[in-house]
Design a protein around this ligand. Structure first.
Ligand SMILES: [Zn+2]
Length: 399
């Protein structure tokens, strides 16, 4: 059967690096055939989609999602983890997946189910098998924490409480990493620090040697290690051990940003999570002064920009509603990042973070046909990303 050829065009085209005018894209099957000049003739038989007052972009990529979580102002994290069945959470996640795709995010890196086991692996399979609609997924599964560091916390220790991730230490880490890979983890997510002990400060959990061991076992299987790290010391150890991305980085300064840059580590700032959680706790944004954690987040993001470390787009979506992924992009703009760099972060940079740089994140000949059209010009106003008019994933039109 002959495959349909689509001729797609809009006022502007962002190719993952630059904004162009006067360009169109030819799609055949699930691939981008070519980028052509609008002035050249349209191939006969091609289905023409010409979007007025709009911008064509590569399918957006969410760098830090939790499809198995939903906003904590509706149901707090402990309750979601401890009281909701994995079945209920999976049904919710399938809705979250669809909302994400419809918001123009055709790919997602999911950073852990937080107590729903490997249901993310099944969610990914359900999307691949076209049982439900959702983004391409890379999944972490359970993720790994050191003994004693992770939540839910604050319960009587006489009761054994199910944790939001899998605890392991020392040589046991070898078995746990291998088990997670067997269960279907695409990458290994480590909590390199966490609010630890009675006062709940962010303290490093794993030693440098433990992190190196995790990374060695992980990379020998062709996968990568990614690290939750807020404190400088946890970031430092994670980078030296071989992490490909650092999540959060709330205490990042210019010095540690430069170390990350030197090791080509990508930073996922998760600004939106801090912004929203603080509001859930009662902060009236724009009225009350910035609380300490928000001030710190702003400082660390500034330091990241100054250090030249590569910044990806990952908002920790799940803390806020799936489908509202653009909130992180808006906050990146609010915190001083140029819109062009934000667009790159959500496309070509995140493709690199997912090791998909040779097939996604760009509008380029031979790349997979993940394409999005938004109304207006997101270079002028990043919130235009909210106005999604068209979504194509793998050559299939979803919106
Ligand atoms: Zn997260």
């Amino acid at each position: 059967m002959a495959q349909d050829v689509f001729y797609l065009t809009a006022d502007r085209l962002f190719d993952g690096e630059k904004m162009w005018t006067g360009k169109a894209v030819l799609v055949k099957g699930n691939k981008i055939m070519a980028i052509v000049e609008k002035s050249s003739p349209i191939p006969s038989g091609a289905k023409v989609l010409d979007f007025k007052n709009a911008t064509l972009l590569p399918g957006l990529i969410e760098g830090h999602a939790h499809l198995f979580l939903y906003p904590y102002n509706i149901t707090d994290w402990d309750t979601q983890v401890l009281k909701e069945t994995d079945a209920l959470r999976t049904i919710r996640a399938s809705v979250h997946a669809k909302n994400t795709l419809m918001a123009g995010f055709t790919s997602v890196r999911d950073l852990g189910t937080e107590g729903a086991g490997y249901a993310d692996v099944s969610l990914k399979k359900a999307i691949l098998d076209k049982i439900i609609e959702g983004p391409r997924m890379l999944v972490a599964g359970r993720a790994i924490v050191s003994t004693g560091s992770y939540g839910p916390k604050g319960y009587d220790n006489d009761q054994k409480i199910m944790l939001g991730a899998e605890p392991a230490d020392g040589n046991e880490l070898v078995r746990v990493v291998r088990d997670q890979i067997w269960q279907g983890a695409d990458f290994i997510k480590i909590y390199a620090d966490y609010r630890w002990g009675l006062m709940g400060e962010d303290r490093p959990t794993f030693t440098l040697d433990e992190l190196k061991l995790i990374n060695e076992v992980t990379t020998s299987s062709g996968r990568v290690m990614v690290c939750h790290a807020k404190s400088k010391e946890a970031i430092r150890r994670s980078v030296l051990a071989g992490a490909v991305t650092i999540e959060h980085g709330d205490f990042l300064d210019e010095e540690i940003g430069k170390l990350m840059k030197e090791h080509q580590v990508i930073f996922m700032p998760t600004i939106a999570a801090v912004d929203k959680i603080t509001q859930y706790r009662g902060w009236k944004k724009g009225i009350d002064p910035d609380p300490e954690n928000v001030v710190r987040k702003k400082l660390s993001f500034k330091a990241a920009l100054a250090s030249g470390v590569t910044i990806g787009m990952g908002g920790d979506v799940g803390v806020f509603p799936h489908g509202d992924n653009v909130m992180e992009m808006e906050l990146m703009a609010e915190y001083g990042m140029p819109n062009l760099d934000i667009l790159k972060a959500a496309t070509s940079v995140n493709a690199r973070a997912m090791n998909w740089q040779d097939k996604l994140g760009h509008i380029k000949e031979g790349f997979l046909a993940d394409l999005v059209v938004v109304k207006g010009n997101p270079l002028e106003n990043i919130s235009q990303i909210r106005e999604v008019k068209f979504v194509m994933k793998d050559g299939v039109i979803y919106k």
